[in-house]
Design a protein around this ligand. Structure first.
Ligand code: GTP
Ligand code: MG
Length: 461
């Protein structure tokens, strides 16, 4: 009986608050913060301002105060009270580039909680800029991604209601430190390339003994311990010349070793041979001439829980040089079917540029020829990596469908972001978005690859 009464009371309080929210006309309610010395610092604040273009409304993130929220304001017609702050903000798991947080929901909820807003900044001398993320549910666990390794961060949290209004922020901020990223260790053993911003480091891959076949132009490299036989997963990147296969591998290795956008360095994986470099000037020819397999063993701190073999292949299709294309397909087939390569492929990854409205006929024939190497049901192992992508649905998906190229899933990348300066504000605005898109895609892809029911059987042709 007591339980029933208590529940009813809570429901009444909540219902009352919701009614209050629905009645709230924010444009009529004076902004509380405009009356404060700091002024209103919220861009697009929906509450009433006496000075709409007030110079006091500078950047919210730079000046975020512990108590920023709509404090009680009364104007005779309505009032708004922020929800109290969540409590017990703790770190559940700390990675090198992300931190999993958990917290307790506020006891009294004013209105309906749609989610939470977490703000965080680097704990450095002077003040760094606050960044914010919003959760999309009422769950009280969230992982903040894209953090730097070996870095102290401070965090605060507040509720976000149905109108998008922030509640009170937790106070004081709590501090957690990310683990040193594997990328920092790898960088320490890598060779710096030139003097660029960001700095570039070539990962010290070692040639695998007996892994080179000069006649077939195939070679094998490994990083970490040499892995005998088949363990982990194997993926092969295939696509037209210039589709972005080699650049994608550079992006992939930055993801695997946990480089973050804010790091002042990037890792490079693909190093062209001298002969390949001289082809740079002729864009109609594939720059990559060799079929190269890179094996990365699963290292502590890596974003991969399994060993990975990645195969970069020469591009086909743009030169209309059919003999050359047939030769490439033959070499790939041989690579797969001989001990030089690996009979089993977990991921057949077609790399295509996003804006392509139709595939060229050499492209279609090469995709067909590659598919003919595998069993019919290999569709579950075919992934599409869309490069040169933006926020829109890539046009090339229709091109693939009309060319009847089967695939299980696609992932978007724009690798123009990979080596650009994070200091140039104009470049870095797009750059950070593209970086995030690419890293999210890698995370999804490697999760899918790990848990997919892989058939792993190829035809012996
Ligand atoms: N803007 C933009 N440029 C890209 C992207 N991916 C690759 N590029 C550029 O496109 C060119 C070709 O990229 P590669 O990675 O060498 O292409 P590939 O598929 O390996 O080409 P081949 O080795 O010739 O078969 C390079 O100049 C890259 O910098 C992308 O997503 N966006
Ligand atoms: Mg290449």
């Amino acid at each position: 009986m007591i339980v029933i009464i208590t529940t009813t009371l809570v429901q009444d309080v909540k219902r009352h608050s919701v009614v209050k929210q629905q009645q709230k006309k924010r444009e009529l309610i004076p902004c509380y913060h405009e009356t404060q010395p700091s002024g209103c610092t919220r861009p697009g604040c929906p509450f009433k301002h006496s000075k709409p273009d007030s110079a006091t409304r500078y950047k919210y993130e730079d000046t975020l105060s512990a108590t920023h929220a709509m404090a009680p304001v009364e104007n005779g017609s309505d009032f708004w009270e922020p929800s109290p702050s969540p409590s017990d903000l703790i770190c559940l798991i700390c990675y090198s580039n992300s931190i999993m947080l958990s917290w307790t929901e506020p006891d009294e909820i004013n209105g309906y909680i749609n989610g939470y807003k977490i703000v965080y900044r680097e704990r450095i001398m002077g003040s760094s800029r606050w960044k914010s993320v919003k959760t999309k549910s009422k769950q009280t666990v969230y992982t903040v991604n894209y953090l730097k390794g070996d870095t102290r961060y401070e965090f605060k949290i507040c509720t976000v209601d149905r109108d998008g209004e922030d509640g009170s922020f937790s106070h004081p901020a709590v501090e957690f430190k990310t683990k040193p990223s594997l990328a920092h260790h790898v960088k320490a053993s890598a060779k710096r390339l030139g003097h660029s911003d960001p700095e570039r480091y070539k990962i010290p891959f070692q040639k695998t003994k007996g892994g080179t076949n000069n006649a077939a132009k195939t070679q094998k490299y490994h990083f970490g311990k040499e892995i005998p036989g088949i363990t982990g997963k194997t993926i092969m990147l295939l696509g037209a010349t210039g589709s972005g296969k080699s650049k994608l591998l550079d992006g992939m290795i930055n993801y695997i070793f946990g480089v973050s956008w804010d790091d002042n360095f990037r890792l490079k994986m693909v190093e062209l041979s001298d002969a390949e470099k001289t082809r740079y000037t002729d864009q109609t020819q594939s720059q990559t001439e060799w079929i190269t397999s890179y094996t990365v063993s699963s290292l502590s701190g890596s974003n991969l829980d399994y060993d990975l073999q990645i195969v970069d292949t020469p591009g086909f299709g743009n030169t209309r040089d059919l003999v050359r294309d047939i030769d490439i397909v033959d070499r790939i087939r041989e690579f797969i079917n001989t001990s030089q390569g690996n009979m089993y492929l977990d991921g057949i990854c077609f790399v295509v540029q996003a804006p392509l409205v139709r595939l060229t006929s050499p492209q279609i024939s090469c995709f067909d020829a590659i598919l003919s190497i595998f069993d019919q049901d290999c569709v579950n192992n075919i992934y599409v990596f869309v490069t040169f992508a933006d926020g829109n649905e890539p046009l090339v998906l229709d091109a693939l469908r009309s060319a009847k190229v089967p695939f299980k899933k696609f992932y978007k990348f724009n690798n123009s972001a990979l080596f650009i300066s994070t200091q140039d504000s104009q470049e870095s605005e797009f750059g950070s978005l593209y970086w995030k898109m690419g890293m999210d895609s890698f995370r999804l892809f490697f999760d899918d690859l790990q848990f997919a029911q892989t058939k792993r059987k190829t035809k012996q042709k």
